[in-house]
Each structure stands twice: as structure tokens, then as C-alpha cells.
Design a protein around this ligand. Sequence first.
Ligand code: FES
Length: 124
Amino acid sequence: MTTWITICDTCKRDDWSEETHERPHGVDLAELIEAAAEGRDVRTRRVSCLMGCKQGCNVAIQAEGKLAYTLGRFEPVAEAAEGIVAYAEMHGASASGQVPFRDWPQAIKGHFVTRHPPLPGAED
Ligand code: FES
């Protein structure tokens, strides 16, 4: 089951201002994640706001019938994007969506915000 990375493209971190930034940080992170996901076994999509605005940049990791996660507090940098994509691939390879801590990419540690169990009857 392919895992989706849903990226908030309207997130602005605390240092964002109209004078210094032309677009939201979320757009920068979305582009980096989309580039990192090229040719990998994950899908991406953008949404405007995941309602975690105070801890942007935010992404959600989801696949049908599996644990779903929200991760936040990312800077829009390539290392974060690579870590998110690598983690999403491991989520996709896991039957439950759970990935052992020892396998987590360093870039995602400390970024988990929420975990959502699959709906009843939706588990594999
Ligand atoms: S703007 Fe990104 S979570 Fe609200």
C-alpha cells in the first residue's frame, strides 16, 4: 500500500516576514519533498493548512488501513525532505505503518506531533 505524504504549503515559520520571504516556507518544503520523492515508492500532495500552524512546517504520513502520523517543526531544507521521504517509504513497507525507532531517519526524530490509528475495519 503506497504511503502518501501530505504537505502543508501554507506553513510559515516564526522567522517568516513579507520583507524577507516571497512565499510560505511550506512551498519551499513541498518542492524539496517532491524532488526527493522522484522515483521513490511514495506519493505526495499539497494542501493548504493541516491546522498545526504554530509548529510548521507540517506534513502528514498516511496509507489506507495503517497508523497515520503528523510531523511538524520542520525547516524547509533538503535534509528534512530526504528524511520525510525515507520515513514514508518505511511506513509504506510496514504492514501496520509502525516503523521501529532504530530505523527512523535522524531528520524526523523529535518531529512527531500526532498519531492516528486506522479506522475500525480498515486495518489490513
Ligand atoms: S498553515 Fe500549515 S498547518 Fe496551518
